[in-house]
Design a protein around this ligand. Structure first.
Ligand code: ZN
Length: 490
C-alpha cells in the first residue's frame, strides 16, 4: 500500500550537497597549497641608465638610480615594486679625479637580497694646449741664434704644465710638445728664419795635388761633397778646368758647390802633368852604324838574327804586333835592342788623334813587355816624325807628338840612311848600294831597313862585311843614342 507522492527524504539530500562542497573545499585548499608552495619569489635590482658610464673630466655624474622588483616564478611573474622596499648605494664618484669608480646597489626585502654594480669612469681625453708668445717685431735676425719669445702650456686637468714642454729646435722651426698626466699630447710649432753658416765640404779623391805623367789621359779622380744641412751634394759639384795631359805643367781644376743657404765652397786640385827627364844623348866616338829594322818580326827575322850573330853585330828592331811574340823574345835574348813601332801600322788610325796615338803606343809597349819582360822606351813613328799623313786631319799633330812622347819618357828615332827597301829598292844589291852610299856621308848612321823583306835581309851580310872592313862599329840603339830626328812637317 502506497499512498500519496513519493518524497525523497529531505535529510538525505542536504547531506549529499554538503559532502560535495566539503570535497571541493578540500581540493581547493590542496591546490592552493601546491601553487603557493611551488611559486618562488626573487628580488631583482635593475639599473636605470648604462651599467658602464664614461664622463669627461669636468662633467657631472647624475645618479640614474635603480628599480627594485619582486617577481614570482609562477604567479606574479611581471613583478612589482614593494612600497616599503629601499635601495642603498655603496661607493661614490670623485668627479675631480680621473679614474674608475664602482657603485654597488643593495636591497633587502623580507629575507630576499639583491645586488647590482655600475662602473663610472672619469676620463680626461682633452689635449693640453700650448700658447706661443709672438716674436716681437724685428726680433728675428738671420745669422743670430734664435731667442725664445716664450710659451705656456695649459691642460684642462693638470693646469699649467709649461715646465713639461719639450722644445726642439730644427732647421727653420721650433717644435714644442707636451703630454698631460692622462697621456694626451699637445703640440705647437714656430717658424724661425734658420741660418746655417757652415758651408759644405768637398773632399778630393787623390788629393789636392795630383800628378800624372805626360801621355796618360787625365780622367777625373773623383770627389765628394757633404753639407751639415743638405747632406750629400756630390752631384751638384761644378768642376771647371782643363788638363792638357800631353803638355807638362800644373793645371788647376776647381770644384764648387753651394748649400741651400748659399754657402759656397770651392776647392782646387792642382793637377801636375809631369815630364820625364830626357836622356842625355851620347854621340859615339867611333864611326858607328845603327842598323834598324822596322815592321817585323816576321818570317825573315830568324834568318836575319843568324846573320847578325855570325858577325857578332847587334841591331835594333822596331816591332809591330803581328803575332810573332816568340821572335820578340828571341830578339831580346840574342842581345838586340827592341823598340815600339806600332800595333796596327794603320796610319789613319794611329794618327787620328793624340789619344789614338798614345793608346797605340802604350798598347805596343805592353805587347813587348808581355813577350820579353822589357818595358822599352825606344820608339819609331810609322813613316818617321817627318810624315805628313796627319796634316789633313790633325794640323800640328807631329809637332805635338814628337814633343809629347819625349815628355812621356820615350825616345823616338828617325833615320839618316834610308835603304829605300819600302820604296824603289826591290833587290838586295840596290839596298846595299843605298846603305853604303848613305853611311859614307855620316860619321854616325841610323839605317832604315825592313826585316819583312827578304831581299833587304839578303843585303845585310854584305853591309856588315863592308862596314867592318871599313872601320865602322855596329851598335844597337839605347835611349842615349842620337835620335837623328827629322824635320817635323806637320
Ligand atoms: Zn813601318
Amino acid at each position: 500500500m502506497y499512498e500519496g507522492v513519493f518524497k525523497p527524504p529531505r535529510g538525505r539530500c542536504w547531506n549529499w550537497i554538503l559532502g560535495a562542497l566539503a570535497i571541493l573545499a578540500a581540493l581547493f585548499v590542496a591546490a592552493a597549497v601546491v601553487v603557493f608552495g611551488v611559486n618562488r619569489f626573487t628580488l631583482e635590482l635593475e639599473l636605470k641608465g648604462e651599467p658602464e658610464v664614461n664622463i669627461e673630466y669636468g662633467g657631472r655624474f647624475q645618479e640614474p638610480g635603480a628599480v627594485l622588483c619582486l617577481r614570482g616564478s609562477l604567479l606574479c611573474r611581471d613583478g612589482f615594486t614593494p612600497k616599503d622596499a629601499r635601495v642603498s648605494i655603496q661607493g661614490s664618484v670623485d668627479e675631480k679625479t680621473p679614474g674608475k669608480y664602482t657603485l654597488t646597489y643593495l636591497a633587502d626585502y623580507r629575507g630576499l637580497h639583491a645586488q647590482a654594480q655600475r662602473v663610472v669612469r672619469i676620463v680626461d681625453t682633452v689635449c693640453p694646449e700650448i700658447f706661443l708668445t709672438p716674436d716681437p717685431e724685428g726680433s728675428l735676425i738671420p745669422g743670430t741664434p734664435y731667442e725664445e719669445a716664450g710659451y705656456r702650456a695649459v691642460d684642462n686637468h693638470d693646469g699649467d704644465i709649461t715646465d713639461r714642454v719639450v722644445r726642439t729646435e730644427q732647421y727653420g722651426k721650433i717644435l714644442y710638445a707636451v703630454t698631460d698626466s692622462s697621456g694626451n699630447p699637445g703640440y705647437a710649432q714656430r717658424e724661425i728664419p734658420f741660418y746655417d753658416p757652415i758651408p759644405p765640404e768637398i773632399t778630393l779623391t787623390g788629393g789636392e795635388h795630383y800628378a800624372i805623367p805626360t801621355g796618360v789621359f787625365y780622367t777625373e779622380p773623383g770627389y765628394a761633397a757633404r753639407d751639415n744641412v743638405d747632406g750629400d751634394l756630390t752631384e751638384h759639384v761644378q768642376v771647371e778646368g782643363e788638363v792638357d795631359w800631353l803638355t807638362p805643367g800644373v793645371y788647376p781644376v776647381t770644384y764648387t758647390v753651394s748649400d741651400g743657404f748659399e754657402n759656397t765652397t770651392t776647392v782646387t786640385r792642382r793637377v801636375e802633368v809631369t815630364a820625364a827627364q830626357r836622356p842625355q844623348t851620347v854621340w859615339p866616338e867611333n864611326k858607328t852604324i845603327y842598323l834598324t829594322f822596322d815592321d817585323g818580326p816576321g818570317p825573315e827575322t830568324e834568318r836575319l838574327l843568324d846573320i847578325l850573330d855570325s858577325y857578332g853585330v847587334k841591331a835594333t828592331f822596331f816591332v809591330t804586333s803581328r803575332g810573332c811574340g816568340e821572335m820578340m823574345k828571341e830578339i831580346v835574348e840574342r842581345g838586340h835592342s827592341i823598340g815600339i813601332h806600332t800595333v796596327s801600322h794603320d796610319y789613319a788610325q794611329i794618327y787620328a788623334s793624340p789619344e789614338a796615338f798614345f793608346a797605340d803606343l802604350f798598347a805596343m809597349q805592353d805587347v813587348i813587355y808581355q813577350n820579353t819582360g822589357i818595358k822599352t822606351t825606344l820608339m819609331r813613328f810609322p813613316g818617321g816624325s817627318s810624315n805628313t799623313v796627319s796634316r789633313e786631319t790633325s794640323e800640328g799633330l807631329m809637332t805635338l807628338l814628337t814633343r809629347a812622347v819625349q815628355d812621356a819618357g820615350f825616345q823616338y828615332f828617325d833615320w839618316n840612311v834610308d835603304s829605300n827597301d819600302a820604296g824603289g829598292a826591290k833587290k838586295a844589291q840596290t839596298v846595299f848600294d843605298n846603305v853604303i852610299e848613305g853611311v859614307t856621308r855620316n860619321p854616325v848612321s841610323v839605317v832604315l831597313q825592313h826585316d819583312i823583306h827578304s831581299f833587304s835581309v839578303d843585303a845585310v851580310e854584305d853591309i856588315l862585311i863592308w862596314g867592318l872592313n871599313n872601320g865602322y862599329t855596329f851598335a844597337p840603339l839605347t835611349p842615349n843614342s842620337p835620335g837623328v830626328h827629322h824635320r817635323v812637317q806637320n
